[in-house]
Design a protein around this ligand. Sequence first.
Ligand SMILES: *Cc1c(COP(=O)(O)O)cnc(C)c1O
Length: 373
Amino acid sequence: MSSSNPDRVPFVDLYAQYLTIEPEIDEAIASVIRESAYVRGRQVESFERGWAELLGVKYCVSCANGTDALYIAMRGLGLKPGDEVITTAHSWISTSETITQAGGRVVFCDTDDTFTIDPARIEARITDRTVGIIPVHLYGQPADMDPIMAIARKRGLWVIEDCAQAHLARYRGQLVGTFGQAATFSFYPGKNLGAYGDAGCVVTHDAALADWMSLFARHGGKGDHVMEGINSRLDGMQAAVLNVKMKHLERWNQLRREEAGRYDELLRGLPGVVTPGVAPNREHVYHLYVIRTDRREGLRAHLKAAGIDTVINYPKALPFYPAYAYLGHRPEDFPVAHANQSRILSLPIYPEIGADRVARVAKCVGEFTGATA
Ligand SMILES: *Cc1c(COP(=O)(O)O)cnc(C)c1O
C-alpha cells in the first residue's frame, strides 16, 4: 500500500493501480471462484484469444511465467545440445539462463546507445553452430529489428523477441512480438501488463510451433502423452486479471510516455545526467526510465534521503556475473554494456505516478547535480 508520507515516491505502486479498476478486478476474480476455473478454463482461453488479437498474431500459448516462455519457445524451435544462441549482454538473466536450460550455448553481444543489442556487432558473433538470435526490447524500447531480421534471414537463423518489458511497443509502427518466429511475454506484477502473481506466454504466427508448444507446456498432452513435457500453466485468476488490465494497457503506456516526456524536459541540461534517448522510428513504452550518470551512488543516496526509491536494472551486464565467469569475458568484450553497468539508474515511473511526483523526483536530481557540480 502507498506510504502515508505524501512526499515519498515509491518505485512502483501496484495498489494505486488496483484502486482505479477495483470493481472490475474484484468481479473477474469472483467469477473464477464461482466457476472453480483455477487452472486453464474459460478465462485462460479468453486471455489467449484476446492477447493474440491485440497483437495481431495468430497464436498465443499461455504459460506460468516469462522465463518458461523463453524455454518453451527455444525447445519448440528445436534447440539441440551445442547450438549457439546470440543474445544481448544487457538484460535480466532469464534471457540467457533459458538458452543453457534448453541445451544451448550462450553467446553474448554488446548493446548500442538504446540499451538493446547492437545489430552491427551480431555478425561477428555468428559461427557455424549459431541457430538463433534473442533480442530484448529492454526497458520498453524496441531493439533495431530491421537489421536484426535481415541478418537472421541472410544467415538462416530464427529470432525470438523477448518482449517482457515492452508490451505494445512499436518499431516503424509495427508491434514488437510480431517480427520473429516467436516472441515471449512476462506478466510479472510490475511489468507494463502485470498479473497478480506469475504469468507469461509465447506468441507466434506458426501453427505447428504453437501446437507443439502448448502440448509441451502441458505434460506433452492430456490423456495421450505424445511426448514428455513440462508443467507450465496459466492460472484462471491471473488470466482474469490480465483480461481486465489488457483493456487499459494502451492508455497506461500513453501515461508512461507522458511522464517520461516530463522527466526528459525537467532533466534536460542537468550536468552529468544523460536521459534515455529514443531512436528514430521506435515507440518506447517506458517500462523503466533509466538515466546515466557517473555519480550514481551519491545521487541514489540523495534521492533515498528524500524518500524517493530508485533501482539499478541491472547491477552488472550479464557476462560479468559469476554465473558466466566460465565464458572468461573481459570488459573490453562488451564496452557499451560494461560502461553502462556502473552508470545506469532507474527513476520511479508508473501510470499513476502523476506530474507532481515526477517534478519532485526531477527537482531532487537537480538539487544533487547543482549542489555537487
Ligand atoms: C521479467 C523478465 C523476464 C522473465 O519473466 P518472469 O515472468 O519473471 O519469469 C524475461 N526477460 C526479461 C527481459 C524480463 O524483464
